[in-house]
Write a protein that binds this ligand. Structure first.
Ligand code: C2E
Ligand code: CA
Ligand code: CA
Length: 534
């Protein structure tokens, strides 16, 4: 290849011109000599002296030389221009492939290098010594370096980091700069997972030490994501996995490294997918309120219904509210979701007996949202549902961060006529402090203390204690998780006012509530098999 390009350069057009002249002179000279053309011309010009043929011939000869010189000059100029063009091309090639600051490959060139490495690995098979590893590195605290010491120190830091990476990986590996403070290292084929991990540990340790840049000491650090390349991977996939690993390392803290973990990646993909689905479901009103009865424990009469959100995912089936409530909190949709459920529940509950209460769960983020009270007020006005029938259930987690603020909020809610119950009582660490500091109207004993209570003597003492405590504080108590006639008998004996659980009914959709309310409630407690609904 190189030989051909040298040949091409040799036989470039300006050389051809010289050679052309030389050859034509070489060929025409003997012909002219043979034909005795010069003698003939001499005689002819003598014979026609008045034509000045000799001057004319001189003119032709001079013109030929002038043409020759001009051709030589132009061809030299052309050659210089070509040389300049080649230099510019080489320069463009360099800046298209190399990072101008650090001199290592840039993202584009690295992708090509990685692509070739994957192809080679595929050709060699995924044998242990053929597999390659990649480390994606991101500097910690680099932005403050630029801000504090200026861009020249920032640039020098990046160069120093690159030098450290190049030293670590050696001549057979590849270092590239993918973005501002993001580097990548492709280890040579002889590196195994242990070597890669040790090299990364060394880098993480070394780069956590201060770097001297001129007069300044710079403190950065590095986090790394490690990935093993498979021969059937493509470049984008390898970099995506490395990015995931880096993200994982960073989520555990700075100055750490992590290997790509497929299970976690799958989980986070699922989460991303389900979050997108949830967003759509909330917008389409597919999260629906279902209702579980809360029963007066000694008379088996329905006192109210707890709203339990239900989401039937088109592919996954019913998704637990424990899962989607948290997701809705994470993606900032809990407010919208809660409002939509409450609005529908208030509309449904308007048609039921007006003695029935409606209990509505409020998550931690919802409770602390400044828009909570105005939005509840708005829904109550809009639907005409009486505030006195609405009970908000909050958990200890919603209130422990700031008792004062929580107390103020509970006070305001009570001012608009809504009642507040402390849900899941007994599961937190400061349940008693919550009761002491905040003006709740009721509490719900967590089902972990109630289900199978007849066989758990410890739980019997706990529940008995809670009921006594609540009575002392004039709070209405609900026992959750009543699954059997024995559970009901036990809480009844403790004079716990309200009971809720699968023994009576699981949550049902709005259309089934009327039928549910018409059930023979007096029969409950005799037969544990009557549980119905979802
Ligand atoms: P929670 O407020 O403690 O609701 C009671 C949970 O216990 C419900 O689970 C209910 O189906 C279940 N349960 C009721 N009786 C029994 C029983 O006898 N045995 C057993 N094993 N379980 C029983 P679900 O519907 O899965 O709700 C779970 C949690 O999700 C709720 O716990 C609540 O914290 C939250 N949640 C449900 N709906 C909403 C909502 O609309 N908004 C908010 N913020 N959270 C909600
Ligand atoms: Ca609840
Ligand atoms: Ca509960």
């Amino acid at each position: 290849m190189r030989y051909f390009s040298t040949l091409r350069a040799r036989f470039a057009p300006h050389y051809c011109i010289y050679i052309g002249f030389f050859l034509s002179a070489l060929i025409t000279w003997p012909i002219l000599a043979r034909l005795e053309a010069f003698e003939w011309f001499h005689d002819y010009s003598r014979a026609h002296e008045d034509w000045d043929l000799d001057e004319f011939a001189m003119l032709i000869i001079n013109l030929t030389f002038a043409l020759l010189f001009s051709v030589i000059y132009q061809s030299r100029r052309l050659k210089r221009l070509w040389r300049e063009r080649d230099a510019l091309r080489a320069q463009a090639e360099i800046s298209a492939r190399y990072d101008p600051l650090t001199g290592v490959f840039n993202r584009r060139a690295f992708k090509e290098v990685l692509g070739e490495a994957i192809q080679r690995q595929a050709a060699d098979g995924d044998s242990a010594d053929g597999a390659r590893f990649l480390a994606l590195l991101d500097l910690d605290r680099f932005k403050p370096v630029n801000e504090l010491h200026g861009h020249s120190v920032g640039d020098a830091t990046l160069v120093a980091v690159k030098e450290r990476l190049v030293r670590e990986i050696g001549a057979a590996g590849v270092v590239a700069r993918l973005g501002s403070d993001e580097f990548v290292m492709l280890f040579d084929a002889s590196s195994d997972a242990r070597k890669v991990e040790r090299a990364t540990q060394r880098l993480v340790y070394d780069l956590a030490q201060p770097i001297q840049i001129g007069e300044v000491m710079v403190h950065v650090g590095v986090s790394a994501g490690l990935v093993q390349i498979q021969s059937n991977d493509d470049v984008t996939e390898v970099l995506r996995r490395a990015d995931k690993a880096l993200f994982q390392a960073r989520s555990q803290g700075r100055g750490l490294y992590a290997w790509y973990d497929e299970t976690q990646d799958q989980q986070s993909r699922n989460r991303t997918q389900i979050t997108a689905d949830l967003r759509e479901a909330i917008a389409n009103g597919d999260i629906k309120p279902w209702y579980q009865p809360i029963v007066c424990s000694n008379k088996n009469k329905v006192r109210g219904l707890e709203v339990l959100a239900r989401w039937q995912h088109p592919v996954r089936g019913f998704v637990s509210p424990d899962v989607f409530v948290e997701l809705a909190e994470d993606c900032g949709l809990i407010g919208a979701m809660g409002q939509s459920i409450l609005r529908r529940a208030c509309l449904d509950a308007r048609d039921w007996d007006e003695s029935l209460t409606l209990s509505f769960n409020v998550s931690g983020l919802q409770f602390n949202d400044p828009n909570l009270i105005p939005s509840i007020q708005e829904i109550l006005v809009e639907t005409g549902f009486p505030a006195a029938r609405l009970i908000l259930e909050v958990t200890e987690r919603s209130v422990i961060d700031d008792f004062e603020e929580a107390g103020r909020k509970i006070g305001e809610l009570k001012d608009i006529g809504v009642s507040i119950a402390l849900d899941d009582f007994g599961t937190g660490h400061s349940s008693l402090a919550c009761l002491q500091r905040l003006p709740f109207d009721g509490l719900k004993i967590d089902r972990s203390f109630v289900t199978d209570i007849s066989e758990q003597t410890q739980n019997q003492s706990i529940v008995a204690g809670i009921v006594t405590l609540a009575r002392g504080l004039a709070l209405e108590v609900t026992a959750e998780g009543i699954e059997t006639a024995e559970d009901l008998a036990f809480v009844r004996e403790l004079a716990c006012e309200k009971a809720q659980g699968f023994l009576f009914a699981k949550a049902v959709p709005a259309e089934q509530v009327t039928a549910l309310l018409q059930s023979d409630w007096a029969a409950f407690g005799q037969d544990a098999e009557t549980a119905q609904g979802v």
